[in-house]
Design a binder for this molecule. Structure first.
Ligand SMILES: C[S@@+](CC[C@H](N)C(=O)[O-])C[C@H]1O[C@@H](n2cnc3c(N)ncnc32)[C@H](O)[C@@H]1O
Length: 208
């Protein structure tokens, strides 16, 4: 499955100008990295239903790698995959790729593609504000490669998350903060949660 999804993604890259992809910080994870990341999860035998989040899913490479891994785990019977992606250009390919995963899966695989902005659609929940969902969705596993893009302090995503924005904000850090919050919530209810994300090493430098 992953080979097929990578081939389709290469065709998409060839046909979509870099200028368009850069607007969304759109770069894709290699097959090797996706496979490596999927193998890092410890999957408890007690877990029969798995809830996965892929925020900024692109063409679904990381989701597909994790689904392939879960196919090999007999105790897992059902999987609920939630993908956030807000670039209209790639949504058709994401849908096609996840349909391929579904057609090749022996599990009960439910797919949820949310086409909203991952940050601005959830900031009320994140900041515990009036109108937010007091019980936001929880996930067992989070896999991701967030958009890397400097944004202005006034960008809607930065304005939505003032507590985590210092200096000149970058979208990847805001994604990481949002993802961490939901996964920590899951950890409170069960010890199996794990976040795996491709992150820039700048993340480790002083001041970030
Ligand atoms: C670095 S790419 C990674 C794509 C894919 N996860 C992979 O690893 O190949 C980040 C993705 O996030 C999407 N994205 C950017 N901003 C977003 C936002 N605010 N909400 C949801 N998706 C977003 C981009 O369109 C892009 O597909």
């Amino acid at each position: 499955m992953l080979d097929c999804i990578i081939e389709r993604t290469i065709r998409y890259i060839d046909g979509m100008p870099k200028k368009e992809r850069k607007k969304y910080g759109q770069f894709f994870t290699s097959k090797e990295t996706a496979h490596f990341m999927a193998e890092l999860y410890t999957i408890p035998q007690s877990l029969s239903k798995v809830r996965i989040l892929d925020a900024g899913a692109g063409s679904g490479i990381l989701s597909c790698a994790l689904l392939e891994r879960l196919e090999r785990v007999a105790s897992v019977r059902s999987i609920e995959l939630t993908c956030y992606e807000n670039d209209d250009n790639i949504l058709g390919l994401l849908r096609e790729n996840l349909r391929t995963c579904q057609a090749n899966s022996e599990k009960d695989l439910q797919i949820n593609i949310i086409t909203d902005n991952y940050i601005t659609s959830q900031y009320l929940d994140f900041n515990h504000m009036l109108g937010g969902n007091p019980e936001p969705k929880e996930y067992d596993f989070v896999i991701g490669n967030p958009p890397y893009m400097k944004i202005s302090k006034d960008a809607p995503e930065a304005a939505a998350m003032p507590d985590v924005c210092y200096g000149s904000p970058n979208l990847y850090f805001i994604f990481a903060a949002m993802v961490a919050k939901w996964c920590i919530l899951s950890l409170v209810h069960g010890p199996q949660g794990l976040i795996l994300s491709v992150l820039d090493s700048i993340f480790l430098q002083k001041g970030n």
